[in-house]
Design a protein around this ligand. Structure first.
Ligand code: NDP
Ligand code: GDR
Length: 362
């Protein structure tokens, strides 16, 4: 039997890169969809790159975009995948309030374009489809903890767009007998998490503050509660979901909840920084051992409608797939901090050597 073929949309993102790495180790031929950009946007997968002149490549990138249906059909036709992982998305909840129409086009219609592409090419019995669904579907939570049967109440254009993608996946499964499923994943992080999501923003900023490259970290809602896991553990589940006899939707979560403030404390602890909290509301600040204010609240990071609390119950994944998360919260934070401290040290060296005036704050 030849190699299994997987197509990953969003291969240049956090999950796409980790999943591609994992599938290549399992012996897959991996095809990825990347967007054309004026700058290189492939740094998360550069270590997987193979010279296009090689006869027998196992990692191939295709230019494409989820807003371009004809392009997606052509890619599907070219690579005839056994498995499609639809991870591409405008994935930032706050940004979705600024770009609601684009978010819907990419996240909602993008999923439909792929499903319809699979069907129109007659691949619906061959190709298995994974949809990157999200705990944001639960939004204003109706049940604690949230599981597969918890009613949805999306609270952002992002979440509403993902609601369409969730249901169109279920519909193609029921209407055409496709092997299509939703992974309802709670927040998952890693050293390659996008820099504007709150965890990476915190580990990156505190590392830079420690080295004097930045003065202060500005955050929004410090009390938001999330169920944070490690992305490496979660991409394994994405693959497992496509290896079953019957397609099913699964919640993937750790079952443990922390606030954004807790995350700051954990990152500070991993760096050996002392942090104490003073004041309340907009005036709340985080102060270091030398009395310097290193964390402040900035209302520009508040969202028009917020998801205050999320906590998942991954019981179905545990019972049917034998899945449990491997990485603890403390180990995940420590790993992220180590990587960000390392890159801050390199920036510091460059700055002190006078090569660059690189000094921007996120
Ligand atoms: P990232 O933001 O890191 O990656 C998103 C990917 O989608 C990038 O490769 C990006 O390309 C690509 N992309 C964006 N717009 C388009 C488009 N129009 N056409 C083609 N590709 C596009 O997300 P994550 O890896 O964190 O998440 C993966 C998926 O899982 C997303 O769908 C996200 O919504 C969902 N999800 C994520 C969770 C998490 O905690 N990480 C939890 C639950 C769901 P480029 O690199 O060029 O920007
Ligand atoms: P989220 O992740 O919205 O849960 O979506 P994010 O890290 O952006 O926010 C988590 C919580 O932290 C609060 N917060 C801040 N968030 C950001 N980005 N920046 C800040 O400065 C800040 N201060 C406080 C937020 O208000 C929120 O409550 C992520 C994405 O990966 C989605 O694609 C995915 O579907 C969900 O996780 C599950």
């Amino acid at each position: 039997m030849g190699k299994k073929v997987a197509l990953i949309t969003g291969v240049t993102g956090q999950d796409g890169a980790l999943l591609a790495e994992m599938l290549l180790k399992k012996g897959y031929e991996v095809h990825g969809v990347k967007r054309r950009s004026s700058l290189f946007n492939t740094n998360r997968v550069d270590h997987l790159y193979q010279d296009p002149h090689l006869a027998d490549r196992s990692f191939v990138l295709h230019y494409g975009d989820l807003t371009d249906g004809a392009n997606l059909v052509r890619i599907l036709q070219q690579c005839q995948p056994d498995e499609v992982y639809n991870l591409a998305a405008m994935s930032h909840v706050a940004v979705s309030f600024e770009m609601p129409e684009y978010t819907a086009d990419v996240n909602a219609l993008g999923a439909l374009r792929i499903l319809e592409g699979i069907r129109s090419l007659g691949l619906e019995k061959k190709t298995r489809f994974y949809q990157a669904s999200t705990s944001e579907l639960f939004g204003q939570v109706r049940e604690i903890p949230q599981r597969e049967t918890t009613p949805f109440y999306p609270r952002s254009p992002y979440a509403v767009s993902k609601l369409f993608a969730y249901w169109i996946t279920v519909n193609y499964r029921e209407a055409y007998g496709m092997y299509a499923c939703n992974g309802i994943l709670f927040n998952h992080e890693s050293p390659v998490r996008g820099e504007t999501f709150v965890t990476r923003k915190i580990t990156r900023a505190l590392s830079r503050i420690m080295l004097g490259l930045q003065d202060c970290l500005y955050l929004g809602n410090l009390s938001a509660l999330r169920d944070w896991g490690h992305a490496r553990d979660y991409v394994e589940m994405q693959w497992l979901m496509l290896q079953q006899e019957q397609p099913e939707d699964y919640v993937i979560a750790t079952g443990v909840q922390y606030s954004v403030r807790d995350f700051v404390n954990a990152a500070a602890k991993a760096l050996g920084l002392d942090i104490s909290w003073r004041g309340q509301g907009l005036d709340e600040v985080g102060v270091d051992g030398q009395g310097r204010t290193i964390v402040r609240v900035d209302p520009r990071y508040f969202r028009p409608t917020e998801v205050e609390t999320l906590l998942g119950d991954a019981g179905r994944a545990r019972e049917r797939l034998g899945w449990t998360p491997r990485t603890s919260f403390a180990d995940m934070v420590a790993e992220m901090v180590r990587c960000d401290l390392d890159s801050a040290q390199r920036d510091d060296l460059v700055k002190r050597s006078g090569f660059s005036a690189y000094d921007h704050q996120e």
